[in-house]
Design a protein around this ligand. Structure first.
Ligand code: NAG
Ligand code: NAG
Ligand code: NAG
Ligand code: NAG
Length: 580
């Protein structure tokens, strides 16, 4: 008996209480299969170890047990679904044109269809774009970018030719910018999939693999595994997240040695680099800012809760504060951010938002918490609204200076010095974001990743990814969304202005060749909103699923009148008995 206990403790096999699920199929798997995958070191990707579900417990950090019948669905590495079946050429290479040729080069399409320049939005500030980036990061992972910058940095070199993962973008000799440089190739890798990792056979349609949970649950703050939250998140005191105070400002904990992933910190002044459950908080400037704000908000909420409910223990405080923090993020996304772009009336009409106050129960356990492959993809259109500079202002609104936003990627240290955090915060609600139009900021399409690469064009990348994801042509999505069938270029006039239809005609041979994102780039914006209709359609489909499939979001509340400032002064009646 003692020996058995010893074996259990030392080998950690008490984890046998956990059930192993195949992350792709979502079904339990045998220990033999687990061993096989351990040998290949792919368990992180292909297996979810899940404790049995308890219907009474709250939202798990790893997203498991959101759907009680299929505990893995909603956890990290839940596969995406597709609105339309994939189309590829042989060996899952990008589809060919109707006439059997390669489609036009991605970079040539980008430079032909979108103009480069800067035009400020007359309504929205950079706060809107930064929140969108932050929101998207909640349901994505950054490994596809890390892959070609760090894991496989040789895609434009000879070695890249022999690596199937390398799919760099060619730059034509007459490129408007690079005819003046010797750059003829932009690094890129194929998106990581269940097949590329080795979870499933590679003769099947590539299925994208994503590490964040597919629910809007602040994965970027709390992580996607309990382990990372325990080790790098929780303070285990008063429900707080770990924090540091420097010059009166509260920060997430910082990496103590080695500098972390903040490769662009300008040493020796800039040293700060967040050491939190997700390294991704250090990535793009917008993600970084919102992460710091939501990190602080968690502790603000927990402190409020602990003042009014002194009998609550650390666990109860922590998880309640997390629930409230997630609820605030959802409230901002659904009732503030999305109406600004999608139109409040449109979202009422389509049932995403409720025009009346109060609760709705939309839960449907037959829908899994999952995102479509198209959903995060079409959000890339918002790259056209990305402003290249981050302006800094003082509290009186005086302009101080600007810094290219691409220079702030993986550079948390910048926010930690010279009161920059305060000035950047001011800038977020004073500086106009870029107008939603056919004009993209020069930094976004020429510099892109800042000093991490010599040149990169984020929108060329978007177009190329479109093809590696195997999306059907633009007109098929038009048909799916609006039951319109487009047979000739002239039919496009329903959706796209005549001069832009001309552009498409010049570069694509056939209307059926047009790539999904290229069509979205050129569509006229929706009535009552500021986004292209096909993007609207894909996003609304996703939001309706989020509403119905996330057990922890239901019942939903249109809580316009909730007093958020006093939300965490809610007093648990039980505490009166126990603590007074
Ligand atoms: C196993 O995989 C993990 C995560 O993908 C990686 O960090 C680690 O280096 C790998 N170990 C070996 C021995 O390859
Ligand atoms: C599948 O894997 C085999 C063996 O590793 C490789 O030769 C082949 O190119 C792969 N096929 C695809 C479509 O990735
Ligand atoms: C931004 O980074 C580039 C290098 O990519 C550098 O030349 C430039 O001076 C930087 N700009 C600022 C304002 O830091
Ligand atoms: C591609 O990546 C390599 C290795 O990081 C780098 O040297 C090269 O400059 C990159 N190419 C471009 C166009 O940035």
């Amino acid at each position: 008996m003692i020996l058995l206990l010893y074996i259990l403790l030392v080998t950690g096999t008490y984890a046998k209480l956990m059930i192993n699920f195949d992350s792709f199929t979502g079904t339990p798997i045998s220990l033999e299969e687990v061993k096989r995958q351990e040998k290949k070191n792919i368990t992180f990707w292909c297996i979810n170890q899940i404790e049995p579900c308890d219907p009474e417990e709250g939202r798990r950090v790893d997203g498991s047990c959101n759907n009680l019948r299929y505990p893995q669905r909603g956890a990290s590495h839940t596969p995406t679904y597709r609105l339309l079946p994939a189309v590829y050429d042989k060996n899952f290479e990008p589809r060919l044109s109707k006439s059997g040729h390669s489609l036009p080069l991605a970079r040539r399409l980008r430079t032909s269809l979108l103009a480069v320049g800067r035009l400020p939005d007359q309504q929205l500030t950079t706060l809107a774009t930064n929140f969108l980036v932050f929101m998207t990061t909640d349901v994505l992972s950054l490994h596809d970018t890390v892959k070609y910058i760090i894991w496989k940095p040789y895609c434009c070199q000879r070695k890249g030719k022999a690596d199937r993962d390398c799919v760099p973008n060619k730059i034509p000799a007459d490129d408007p910018v690079h005819r003046f440089s010797n750059i003829r190739c932009l690094n890129m890798t194929r998106p990581e999939s269940f097949q590329s990792i080795g979870c499933i056979r590679n003769d099947t349609v590539p299925e994208r693999i994503i590490t964040s949970t597919p629910s809007f649950d602040l994965s970027i703050i709390y992580g996607s595994t309990l382990k990372s939250l325990m080790e790098r998140g929780r303070l285990f005191q008063d429900g707080l997240l770990k924090y540091e105070v420097e010059n009166g400002r509260i920060w997430p904990p910082s990496v103590k040695t080695g500098g972390g992933v903040c490769f662009l910190n300008q040493k020796p002044q800039e040293t700060r680099c967040h050491n939190t459950p997700e390294d991704g908080v250090n990535s793009l400037a917008g993600v970084n800012l919102f992460s710091v704000w939501f990190w602080r908000l968690h502790n603000f909420i927990a402190t409020g809760l602990s003042t009014v409910n002194p009998c609550w223990d650390d666990d109860k405080l922590f998880y309640t504060a997390r629930d409230i923090n997630i609820a605030i993020a959802l409230q901002i996304i659904f009732y503030e951010l999305l109406p600004a772009y999608f139109g409040l009336e449109n979202l009422f009409r389509d049932g995403v938002l409720s025009p009346t106050l109060g609760f709705r129960d939309y839960y449907n356990e037959n829908l899994f918490p999952q995102i479509s492959l198209e959903f995060p993809f079409v959000l890339r259109w918002f790259h056209t609204t990305q402003e290249g500079n981050m302006n800094l202002y003082d509290t009186q609104g005086n302009y101080l200076k600007k810094v290219p936003i691409v220079n702030l990627t993986l550079r948390t240290g910048y926010f930690g010095i010279d009161d920059n955090m305060d000035y950047v915060t001011q800038g977020n609600f004073r500086q106009a974001t870029a107008n939603p139009d056919y004009i993209v900021d020069p930094d976004i399409v020429e510099v892109g990743l800042g000093p991490h690469q010599r040149a990169s064009d984020i929108l060329t990348n978007d177009l190329a990814k479109n093809r590696y994801f195997g999306f059907q042509p633009y007109i098929k999505y038009r048909e799916f969304c609006f039951k319109q069938s487009f047979k000739t270029f002239d039919d496009l006039l329903y959706a796209i202005d005549p001069e832009r239809v001309e552009l498409l005609k010049e570069i694509y041979e056939n209307v059926k060749d047009i790539d999904l994102i290229a069509g979205i780039w050129l569509e006229r914006l929706i009535e009552g909103g500021r986004v292209p209709p096909t993007l609207y359609c894909v996003v609304v489909e996703q939001l309706l699923r989020v509403i119905a499939s996330d057990r922890h979001c239901n019942p939903l509340c249109n809580c316009e009148n909730i007093d958020f400032v006093n939300l965490w002064s809610w007093k648990d009646p039980k505490c009166d008995n126990q603590c007074s």
